[in-house]
Design a binder for this molecule. Structure first.
Ligand code: SF4
Length: 85
């Protein structure tokens, strides 16, 4: 598991957030299907589908379903604020 710093700037404040990143492996893929894992913004209670954005103003690019489903991304970035809805 790797930690990658993410920053969010609001006015003159910059917030540094450590996201959780794992390597996408065949085991992850198999377990994701077997346990119906939910980890994308579209399954999160903080996601505003009408605005297609996070209600907490986090960048969503690497957490969106299409990012994982349409690209062969080698890493999975889990959002630390994900709330299953
Ligand atoms: S809290 Fe995280 S997972 Fe939930 S909508 Fe915002 S960026 Fe996406």
């Amino acid at each position: 598991m790797h930690h990658r710093p993410t920053t969010l700037t609001r006015g003159r404040q910059t917030i540094i957030l450590l996201s959780v990143r794992i390597t996408r492996t065949p085991d992850f893929e198999e377990e994701s299907v077997r346990y119906s894992l939910r980890f994308c913004c579209e399954d999160c209670g903080h996601f505003d589908a009408a605005q297609s954005s996070c209600r907490h103003f986090w960048p969503t690019d690497v957490h969106r379903k299409d990012h994982h489903e349409t690209r062969a991304v080698p890493l999975i970035d889990f959002c630390k604020e994900f709330e299953l809805c």
